[in-house]
Design a protein around this ligand. Structure first.
Ligand code: MEV
Length: 341
């Protein structure tokens, strides 16, 4: 909508939801312009925006709450680090302030099914959902706009973000992200079943990305050799997905994990989980996302996998089956009849 349009913000709730993701191949290398393969999953973050007339902004995100005068929202830079979870929300609202000029106040309710700090893309999904909701409120259309604004917002949390997580969360599906391919959806033959085994060991993506950068700066030729191998794995994995060759795909996952070990971003608990999964019949296994904790993904055989699943879940109770999501960001509206706070 153009900025001069007279917005009527009353009587509607805007809903937006965005999926988390698994990085199947190429994390960290993608930060330096290499390729990665990501899959959006059936765990979402949803945002509900309800315009209010009380000149206040009220944000509720799980057990965390923030209330402020709406007219005082300027930029996330004013918010202390302890409230970092609010950066995407406040920054997105501050950036859309001109378009929201007809609005006196806003209630923002954020609900998440995505385990936080496990490398499953919860930060990116918050950015995509809040940006999607705001753009829908001001009648701005299109996933390309959402992706652009969400990836800029994500860089407030993790300044060297490749944008891959926001891309997966915006568009959904399984996709190849990177300059060599130009961000393409991969159509998979058959099905892919991943078990996500969570260590509960929280990490900060930014710290892990900085650690890899130090390694890269210290030994650039070693890093480019690893990056070349990671790119090659992405190419082969794409072909294996298209032909439905889950056995090759499993081996490629394990091979990719070995490169991540060389970047020194694994963790003893991740190694322990990988061993359990492989000894229980998984076809391949690796850490997913930034590493240093977080989760392991295990590719399950497509047939007769209940024994494998049971054996793993007996030893790693904090695990979940991930289904693929093909919807990406989803927007809708309803009448603003219920009280959210
Ligand atoms: C984090 O989910 C994935 C990383 O490759 C960082 C990024 O792509 O921005 C570690």
């Amino acid at each position: 909508m153009n900025k001069s349009t007279n917005n009527n913000f009353s009587n509607i709730n805007i809903h937006a939801s965005a999926p988390g993701k698994l990085t199947l191949f190429g994390e960290h290398f993608v930060v330096y312009g290499n390729s990665a393969i990501l899959a959006a999953i059936n765990k979402r973050i949803s945002v509900t925006l309800s315009p209010n007339k009380s000149n206040s902004i009220n944000i509720k995100f799980g057990r965390r709450k923030l209330a402020a005068r709406f007219s005082e929202i300027k930029s996330s830079k004013l918010i202390p680090r302890s409230q970092a979870f609010l950066y995407p929300v406040l920054n997105s609202i501050a950036s859309a302030k001109e378009e929201l000029s007809g609005l006196s106040g806003l209630d923002v309710l954020i609900e998440s099914q995505i385990p936080h700090g496990e490398g499953l893309g919860s930060s990116a999904a918050v950015c995509v959902a809040i940006v999607g909701a705001l753009q829908s409120l001001v009648h701005k259309e299109g996933k390309a706009n959402i992706f652009e604004a969400a990836s800029q917002t994500e860089r407030l949390i993790h300044k060297n973000s490749s944008g891959a997580d926001c891309y997966a969360s915006t568009y959904g599906g399984v996709l190849l992200f990177g300059p060599n391919f130009g961000n393409k959806q991969i159509s998979i033959k058959g099905k892919l079943q991943f078990l996500v085994c969570m260590t509960g060991i929280k990490h900060k993506t930014q710290n892990l990305v900085s650690k890899v950068k130090r390694m890269k700066d210290k030994n650039p030729s070693k890093f480019s050799e690893l990056a070349e191998r990671a790119n090659d794995i992405c190419f082969k994995a794409k072909s294996a997905m298209i032909t439905g060759d889950v056995y090759s795909l499993g081996n490629l996952l394990t091979e990719n994990h070995k490169l991540l070990q060389k970047l020194q971003i694994s963790h003893p608990r991740l190694e322990e989980y990988i061993e359990i999964c492989m000894n229980s019949g998984a076809l391949g296994c690796k850490l997913t996302g930034a590493g240093g904790g977080g989760a392991v993904i295990a590719l399950l055989p497509n047939q007769n996998n209940s024994d494998t699943l049971l054996r793993i879940q007996n030893k790693i109770p904090n695990s979940m089956l991930a289904e693929l999501d093909y919807k990406g960001v989803h927007l809708d509206q309803s009448l603003n009849s219920e009280k959210k706070f």
